[in-house]
Design a protein around this ligand. Structure first.
Ligand SMILES: Nc1ncnc2c1ncn2[C@@H]1O[C@H](COP(=O)(O)OP(=O)(O)O)[C@@H](O)[C@H]1O
Ligand code: SF4
Ligand SMILES: [Mg+2]
Length: 326
């Protein structure tokens, strides 16, 4: 499997200053991961656990108050690792759209409301493609067709599209220059079930036909089950479990993952689903030891004092919990 993006011990914190007092929010705290070519890699976890910050970090989009405190980020270009953080701004910008592209959370509003979709597409092509301008419209139409979207959207303004179509057009825009990897942050959130299904189908199509790699962030475990091939579960700024999606749903290793799966509604099941006890911790002063210990039914003294190592339990399936040994 070819590696595309590799994060090693990434630490990305927000540093806020109020009246001379510093507050550090440890949103991504010692995260290591590898994204392989051709996969749909999911990132799950409750709101506020650091999913969006992890995507920003993978994009090297580290603008204040977010700062990288440690770790290494490599993009593998022509099978060689390139340390992205040490690149010049100009070089990094060149990688955006072509190697990696990003669909931010709430991207329904990314499209400029006073411009026709066509103009937004043309702007991107003009600033990144050195080809005759006459071919640009054709390129845009071809791309939309390949994704099964009607080319008439090009003549429309964003407000003339439904929320679901607007999201799909945003995804089409992000894939226009055929990036190797796309980071999508909660692309189905705030959509109704029908529109969600259309976005999921589009993501699958992009992966299958354009052979893109996708990193999909959503708090919705149901979507992970439907779309992703491999996934990570984040809790309080850390990845606590990672593995093939099928295996995670069949045999979740971490108590937190089990809660996330148990809280999923099931067809035909009228029973009230069990929620996760307690609430997510502060990332300013996270719990000692295993960060899940205040909410874990299996917690022992050791869990409060020591941090469990991220252990490979089955090939490619890892988790950090003392119940698994380590
Ligand atoms: N721009 C920001 N400034 C300060 N803190 C932030 C900012 N964005 C996110 N945070 C904090 O970082 C933590 C992780 O947030 P985020 O990455 O958005 O989580 P998620 O995407 O999983 O909901 C939260 O505690 C959140 O309040
Ligand atoms: S290490 Fe301890 S507190 Fe953490 S998940 Fe495992 S049993 Fe629960
Ligand atoms: Mg988020």
């Amino acid at each position: 499997m070819e590696t595309l993006v590799e994060g090693k011990n990434l630490k990305a914190y927000y540093v806020l200053e109020f009246w001379g007092k510093k507050r550090t929010i440890r949103a991504v705290d010692n995260v290591s991961l590898k994204i392989f070519s051709g996969e749909i890699y999911g990132i799950a976890g409750e709101s506020g656990c650091g999913k969006s910050t992890l995507l920003k970090t993978l994009l090297a989009n580290l603008e204040p108050p977010l700062r990288l405190f440690g770790g290494e980020l490599n993009y593998w270009l022509d099978s060689k690792p390139v340390n992205v953080v040490s690149l010049k701004e100009e070089e990094r910008r060149r990688l955006k759209w072509r190697f990696i592209s990003y669909i931010p959370q709430g991207s329904m509003h990314v499209l400029n409301p006073v411009k026709r979709i066509r103009d937004t597409f043309m702007e991107i092509l003009k600033s990144h493609v050195r080809r005759q301008k006459e071919t640009f419209l054709e390129m845009a139409i071809e791309h939309l067709k390949a994704l099964g979207l009607p080319s008439r959207v090009l003549d429309m303004f964003p407000h003339q599209l439904s929320g679901g179509m607007r999201q799909r057009v945003t995804i089409a825009l992000a894939t226009l220059l055929k990036p190797r990897i796309i980071l999508a942050d909660e692309p189905t959130t705030a959509l109704d079930v029908v529109a969600q299904r259309a976005v999921i189908q589009l993501i699958k199509k992009i992966q299958k036909e354009l052979k893109n790699t996708i990193v999909l962030v959503t708090h919705d475990m149901g979507i992970h089950a439907q779309v992703t091939t491999r996934m990570a579960i984040m809790y309080a700024g850390k990845i606590v479990e990672e593995g093939p999606t099928l295996e995670i749903f069949k045999e979740p290793l971490h108590p937190y993952t089990r809660y996330l799966i148990q809280s999923l509604p099931r067809v035909g099941d009228k029973q009230l689903r069990e929620g996760i006890p307690g609430s997510p911790p502060s990332l300013v002063s996270p719990p000692s030891g295993c960060r899940f210990h205040p909410r874990c039914p299996h917690a022992t003294q050791r869990c409060e004092e020591e941090e469990p190592v991220f252990l490979e339990v089955n090939p490619g399936h890892r988790a950090a919990c003392f119940l698994l040994g380590g």
